[in-house]
Design a protein around this ligand. Structure first.
Ligand SMILES: Nc1ncnc2c1ncn2[C@@H]1O[C@H](COP(=O)(O)OP(=O)(O)OP(=O)(O)O)[C@@H](O)[C@H]1O
Ligand SMILES: [Mg+2]
Length: 441
């Protein structure tokens, strides 16, 4: 049976345009000029989806959504908003809309959205998180104000072979972005391998990157290929790249510049075809100034910089992300959660999110575990803790040092490198202070 879609819009031409495109795809379309008419049609028909304009003279979209809610109608609604009016979209989503599209409507985008949301409604179990994740980064739910510009940049750079340097606080999605660059490149069928450059030992990190010959160092009992070799025809993700020891930085530079390297303890020059994506949550330019990171290597890596803003600077994305994580987790906990109350989002907005999206994800996961109804509400959230780590206070470490250090360690789960960074002091200084104040880690 054809899926039935209701278009609610007070502009006749706009309705017609939408109708033509959707009818072509075999959908059955009914139209309403305003919210009142729409409610009537809903009484008489069984719709699979509603496309809703927000600005209408007789009963606007918001009021219509509230009515739907009161009547407990669970038809997916996609809201059509003026170009990049994200606030409106967010408000509509709080009232239960499942997605939004901005005017002028891009028809391909519209069809994708319609199909995705139809699917979700006919199949109550939530669609695979991985799919959503991939869409999310490029076409799916993100706000223009938030990641919008970055997504545009990603779309441009992904298909090229350009080296990308991703910066951003912990938990902002650097690895996710690196993976999506790979997935949207011509290398997508090749390997995506990550190297954690923060591994402490120089030998280990070099052998991880370039491999080693048998007997190259104590413990090198057999020959091993490095990630540069294994990632041939694929993408190599250099995570926490500023942590590389200086001698390794020199070797990496050569591998990038001349595209050849040798295994540790080996003589044969090896050539591979890898695309490099690097990431760091530290201020790499500062590190260059302080001499901890080679300037020439920095320029090699910084061909296409992408800076991911912290979540507190893109709070408008929170409702979209919450929806995403509900889909993801209710699936794995086998719960049918249909959404959240206004108070849930209001309380979430009060968090500082020093742990960024990872923190939000944990909060939603926790809420789902606690939730015994089909909606998340404020009682499923802990009280927002406000960190004292505005930049000003980080500068003022001396004042209440012990307190700040304890909090920083708590927030980073005892990760001293990250804690030191939040505090704006070196790891060594932090180490000394921990001893001095006898702080338990
Ligand atoms: N835009 C997003 N949409 C959905 N999930 C996201 C998004 N950004 C990040 N996440 C999720 O948040 C978590 C943290 O992201 P990720 O590991 O990519 O961050 P990171 O910047 O690499 O952090 P760190 O510096 O601590 O390594 C992951 O589980 C990731 O899937
Ligand atoms: Mg990471």
């Amino acid at each position: 049976m054809d899926k039935k879609i209701l278009i609610v819009d007070d502009e006749k031409n706009h309705r017609l345009m939408l109708k033509i495109h959707l009818a072509e795809e075999g959908f059955e379309i009914l139209e309403a000029e305003n919210g009142v008419e729409a409610l009537q049609l809903i009484d008489e028909n069984d719709f699979d989806l509603i496309l809703l304009d927000i600005k209408m003279d007789i009963m606007d979209g918001f009021t219509f959504l509230s009515h739907m809610r009161q009547k407990d109608l669970h038809i997916p609604v996609i809201v059509i908003t003026a170009f990049s009016n994200v606030k409106t979209a967010v408000q509509a989503m709080k009232l239960g809309a499942v997605d939004f599209i901005s005017k002028p409507v891009d028809t391909d985008n519209l069809l994708d959205l319609v199909k995705n949301n139809l699917k979700a409604s006919s199949d109550e179990s939530i669609s695979g998180a991985d799919n959503v994740l991939k869409n999310y980064v490029f076409e799916g739910v993100y706000s223009e104000e938030g990641l919008g510009k970055i997504i545009e940049m990603l779309k441009m750079v992904a298909p090229t072979d350009a080296t990308v340097l991703i910066t951003g606080e912990s938990g902002t999605g650097k690895e996710l972005v690196a993976k999506s660059i790979h997935d949207n490149s011509h290398r997508k069928n090749g390997p995506f391998l990550a190297v954690n450059c923060a591994a402490l030992n120089e030998n280990l990190i070099e052998s991880e990157m370039f491999g080693h010959e048998k007997g190259a160092f104590t413990g090198a009992v057999s020959q091993k290929k490095g990630k540069f070799e294994l990632a041939d025809k694929g993408t190599l993700f250099l995570d926490e790249v500023v942590e590389l020891p200086l001698p390794t930085q020199a070797k990496l530079l050569r591998a990038l510049q001349e595209k050849v390297f040798e295994r540790v303890g080996g003589e044969k020059s090896i050539r591979t075809d890898v695309r490099i994506v690097a990431a760091t949550n530290r201020n790499i330019k500062e590190m260059v100034k302080e001499g901890g990171f080679r300037e020439d290597l920095f320029f090699r890596l910084n061909v296409f910089p992408i800076n991911l803003p912290p979540l507190r600077e893109r709070k408008s994305e929170i409702p979209l992300l919450v929806k995403f994580f509900i889909d993801k987790y209710s699936h794995s906990f086998n719960k049918l959660i249909r959404g959240y109350t206004d108070s849930y989002i209001q309380k979430l907005m009060k968090f500082d999110f020093t742990g960024n999206i990872r923190e939000l994800s944990n909060l939603v996961e926790r809420s789902i575990i606690l939730c015994t109804s089909d909606k998340l509400d404020a009682s499923h959230l802990p009280e927002p803790e406000h960190s004292d780590f505005s930049e000003d206070s980080a500068m003022d470490v001396r004042g209440n040092e012990r307190n700040l250090i304890t909090k920083a360690l708590k927030q980073t789960n005892g990760n001293k490198t990250k804690a030191a960074e939040i505090l704006g002091i070196s790891r060594r200084t932090l180490h000394n202070k921990i001893k001095e104040y006898e702080i338990e880690v």
